[in-house]
Design a protein around this ligand. Sequence first.
Ligand code: SF4
Length: 345
Amino acid sequence: MDKDLKNKTLEELEQLLPELGGKKYHAKYIFSFIHTKDAAGIDEITPLSKDLRAKLKDSGYFISRLNLVEKFIDPDGTVKFLFEMADGARVESVLMKHRDRQTVCISTQAGCRMGCAFCATGKLKFNRNLTAGEIVDQVNRVAEEEGTVNNVVFMGMGEPLDNYDNSMRALHILNHHAGKCIAQRRLTISTCGIPSAIERFADEELQVHLSISLHAADDETRAKIMRIGGKYKLHELLASVRKYQARTRRRVMFAYCMIKGVNDSDQDAARVIKLLKGLNANVNLIEYNPHPGCDFQASDRNRIGRFMDLLMKAGIETTVRYKRGEDIKAACGQLGATWLDKKRS
Ligand code: SF4
């Protein structure tokens, strides 16, 4: 049985407390001390009586905490954090600083099973899923180091919908009014495109943003750069997106990593336009971040501009995310690259 209090929803704590001789309202103290005051141990939850705290500890309950191993600061202000969990598994998180807000990109798995060809994380062996407590604690630890976090994107190491239950639990905990109370519209979950999981996500009835990694608008190219593209064809992916939109009426963001000579031609843009026709969608073009051991190169900035123009002319709202945190290997697709470098040397 899971004894980590950081991993529990308020409702679960409300069930647990009476079993330990406490009252239901004690649960709120525990939840808010963990998620708003970053309590490091049960004894820091001072509104609970000494007896109740002792009972929780004697029953094996504890509050987990990620250990910050290393912090890397890029000249552009981006900060990457390397965290270690109790069993030695490691993940990275990235803080992007903007003038008016701070966005943290968090990991949901140590390693990843999806094996996208352009991604450093995909080259690491899959270790394990993170618990919701470990997912949420990345936000706590980053905030402790760098101040308030306003936005959270589940776009770090791992495929969030491959760790579905813990990712959903983490969303609920981050959003809960008795905890961090991060608005749902400030939370984004990303997926490489698992149709059944997208449909399941639609039923959650959340106002959380959904970002889908497209990266190619024909099956052949997509299968070459994304293993998931070989498993599910684009028509299956798009069918799930249509179901999601019919259910939620929410706009979907498609991420498209611009890789030179692979997916960045005018014909590729035409295919994207055709594929997304009729959908309430926007496209985020991502400047590719090369890393050692990967032969792909970034598209020229002129090419990215041209691609963007074509999409915009066709009425698709398009943004470009230029590289950030490249010097510290904190950019999209680079998480875990530092470990791969160490393995190679
Ligand atoms: Fe996994 Fe995302 Fe990397 Fe693909 S891009 S291998 S889903 S972490």
